[in-house]
Design a protein around this ligand. Structure first.
Ligand code: HEC
Length: 144
C-alpha cells in the first residue's frame, strides 16, 4: 500500500534514479515494479472496482511512458545476470528487437493517453496497451 502511494507520488522514481548509477538491474526492476503497481490501479478502474478518474488514468500512462523510455537503457552487457534478474539472454542477442518492443509500447501509451477520456474508451485503450506486457515478457523474460 505504501509502495503504491510512493509510486503514485513519483517518489520511488526519485529514489531509483540514485540507484541507477551503480545498479541497472535494481533500477529496471524498480521501474517495472512501478509499472506493475500502476497497472493494478488501472485494472481496478477497468473492472469497475474503482471509479473512473481521468487524472489517475493519465498518471498510469505517464508511469508507462517514463518506463518505456528509461528501462531499455538499463541493460548494459555487465547486467546479464545477478540481482535476481529475470531478463532473458535474447535481450542482448536481439537488442534492436528489444528496443523496438519498448518503442511500440511507448507509441501505444501515447495513443492510449490521447484516447482514454471516459470509462469505455479507457477500457479499450488499457486493453490495447497492456497487450505489450505479455508480448514482451514472453520473448525477453525468463520464467522463474
Ligand atoms: C518491451 C519489453 C517490456 C514491456 C513492454 C513490459 N515489460 Fe515488464 N519487464 C520486462 C523485462 C525485460 C523485465 C525483467 C527485468 C529484470 O528482471 O531485470 C520485466 C519485469 C517486469 C516485472 C517484474 C519486476 C520485478 O523484478 O519485480 C513486472 C511486475 C512487470 N515487468 C510488469 C509489466 C507490465 C504490467 C507491463 C505492461 C503495462 C510491462 N511489464 C511491459 C520487459 C517489458
Amino acid at each position: 500500500m505504501i509502495r503504491t502511494v510512493l509510486v503514485a507520488l513519483g517518489l520511488a522514481i526519485g529514489v531509483s534514479a540514485v540507484v541507477a548509477q551503480s545498479n541497472p538491474i535494481a533500477e529496471r526492476k524498480e521501474a517495472m515494479k512501478g509499472v506493475g503497481a500502476a497497472t493494478r490501479q488501472a485494472a481496478a478502474i477497468a473492472k469497475g472496482e474503482a471509479p473512473f478518474d481521468a487524472a489517475k488514468v493519465q498518471a498510469v500512462f505517464k508511469t508507462y511512458g517514463e518506463a518505456a523510455k528509461k528501462v531499455p537503457t538499463l541493460f548494459p552487457e555487465s547486467s546479464r545476470s545477478g540481482g535476481e534478474t529475470t531478463a532473458a539472454a535474447k535481450i542482448w542477442e536481439d537488442h534492436a528487437g528489444f528496443k523496438a518492443a519498448f518503442a511500440k509500447f511507448d507509441a501505444d501509451v501515447t495513443k492510449a493517453s490521447a484516447t482514454a477520456t471516459d470509462l469505455a474508451s479507457f477500457r479499450t485503450a488499457f486493453g490495447d496497451v497492456t497487450k505489450n506486457c505479455g508480448a514482451c515478457h514472453e520473448t525477453y523474460r525468463i520464467k522463474k
